[in-house]
Write a protein that binds this ligand. Structure first.
Ligand code: ADP
Length: 473
């Protein structure tokens, strides 16, 4: 059955169209034939009753005790082979019999007495040879006796007309269906042609040609809507592909830098024999590069797992001040190297619901940047406070060079560095703030920067407190 069902939508549409039209035409044929039948029969009955009255007026007793029909006009007596008359006496004797009836009778002799009441509503009967007739019966008083008059008309004409109508339908209906089928197919093909064109166009769009778009002929109709939706998907795909390409290119570039450094340090060291202390120095700087490489790979892994949605947020209630203290103690040693001081202050009762490790990573990255970009002996302030709209705020304030307005919107992008040479010197690949932003945003928070060039920066993380967060999620 499935195999018989057409594969193409246009054929299926045509088939459905023809099927539905077929059923409708069939219903029409049934209704029209019934209507024709009943109205023809009504006409027949009307003629029959009129005729019966006429015959009644023409009944005459003949001397032999039988009955004859007087002829009004010459040749009118039984001219019609479709009309049959019988006259019966009350005691069941046949007094008159149309010649057209030949050997047939219009039913058995009447059994009721002469006073029986005959009904004159026409009814349908079959004669002994199968001829269908409509017959009416009436009683009539002739001189002193009552007779039963049966007048019948053959239904042959009626059936003949019905048959003719039927044969017209039999030819016209299939013809109409065939024409409708062709018309429907042509219409369906015309209606679906733009979809075909769209499919062909879409087939040509590959990963390398994602900038192409489907043509939109009429943006208001359904096909225009489909094309717009498809184009929007293409635009998102293109953006995702671009981001992926940029990410891969940037990541390879960042990975190559420490690898090149390790290689050249090694090559230079091997050129001339050196003392043990010198070799130790070389190995030391190679390990430093390896550390940088490890950090970079860790950051890349975090971001790619975050993109894939593989990182599960394990929420617990955390004291925000405790978290800030923990983060600063992790990087304190770096501050000490530059004789910097990290001050952590704020309200210890402020609680946030979140993943301890992920949020801590965000704060570590911010404090680490503050250390990296602030001059020696500078002071770094980590402040925890309640903000407006029940938000909880952590601010990392430094006395570094600041970030100029033009760079502020971009420093959270992956691999974006204001001054690549200087920040690479401090070990940055431009991923720290991207990770911090992701970490804050998956907690429903926001991260922003306020900075005046030359006067330091304030990185601000806004989170929702435990109770509110649960309500809103
Ligand atoms: P990086 O690993 O290079 O520090 P980030 O993503 O952490 O990368 O920072 C991106 C860029 O933003 C840095 O290269 C730097 O130019 C700028 N930046 C970040 N934090 C600060 C800060 N506290 N003061 C000044 N500039 C900063």
């Amino acid at each position: 059955m499935r195999r018989l069902w057409p594969r193409h939508v246009r054929s299926r549409m045509t088939l459905w169209y023809v099927l539905v039209l077929g059923v409708l035409l069939l219903a029409y044929a049934v209704v029209a034939s019934s209507y024709l039948f009943f109205s023809l029969r009504e006409q027949l009955d009307h003629d029959l009753l009129e005729d019966s009255e006429r015959v009644e007026g023409r009944l005459e007793n003949s001397p032999d005790g039988m009955v004859t029909l007087s002829s009004v006009h010459h040749g009118e007596d039984e001219p019609d082979m479709q009309r049959f008359v019988e006259v019966w006496s009350g005691d069941g004797r046949l007094l008159y019999h149309s010649p057209a009836l030949r050997q047939r009778t219009l039913g058995a002799p009447p059994t009721a007495g002469p006073d029986h009441t005959a009904e004159d509503t026409p009814s349908t009967l079959r004669l002994s040879d199968g001829t269908r007739i409509r017959m009416t019966t009436s009683t009539h008083t002739m001189a002193d006796r009552r007779v039963l008059l049966r007048v019948a008309h053959s239904e042959q004409g009626l059936w003949q007309e019905l048959e003719e109508f039927g044969s017209v339908l039999l030819v016209a209906l299939p013809l109409a269906l065939i024409l409708a089928g062709f018309g429907g197919f042509a219409l369906a093909r015309k209606a679906l042609a733009p979809i075909d064109a769209m499919a062909h166009h879409a087939e040509r769009i590959s990963a390398e040609r994602l900038n192409e778009r489907l043509p939109i002929e009429n943006p208001e109709d359904e096909l225009g809507h489909l094309a717009r939706a498809f184009n929007a998907t293409l635009a998102r795909l293109e953006a995702a592909f671009d981001q992926l390409r940029r990410f891969t290119a940037d990541a390879s570039h960042e990975l190559r830098t420490p690898l090149t450094a390790i290689r050249s340090v090694g090559e230079v060291a091997l050129q001339v024999p050196k003392s043990a202390a010198e070799y130790r120095d070389v190995i030391g700087s190679m390990l430093e590069e390896t550390d940088r490489l490890t950090r970079l790979v860790d950051s890349l892994l975090t971001l790619s797992r975050a993109d894939a949605g593989h990182i599960q947020v394990q929420r617990t209630d955390i004291s925000l001040l405790g978290l800030a203290q923990e983060a600063s103690s992790l990087v304190e040693v770096l501050a000490e190297e530059k004789q910097q001081r990290i001050l952590v202050e704020g309200d210890p009762t402020l609680m946030v619901s979140g993943d301890r490790l992920i949020l801590r990573q965000a704060l570590v990255n911010l404090i680490d940047n503050a250390i990296k970009y602030s001059p020696a002996e500078a002071e770094i302030l980590v402040r925890v406070a309640a903000g407006k709209d029940s938000q909880l705020i952590v601010e990392v304030v430094d006395q570094g060079p600041g970030v100029s307005q033009e760079h502020q919107s971009r420093i959270f992008d992956r691999f974006y560095r204001v001054d690549s040479a200087r920040s690479r010197e401090w070990g940055g690949a431009g991923l720290g703030l991207a990770i911090a932003r992701w970490a804050v945003e998956i907690h429903g928070g926001q991260i922003t920067v306020q900075s005046v060039e030359g006067q330091g920066s304030t990185f601000r993380v806004a989170l929702l407190p435990t109770a509110l967060k649960e309500e809103r999620t």
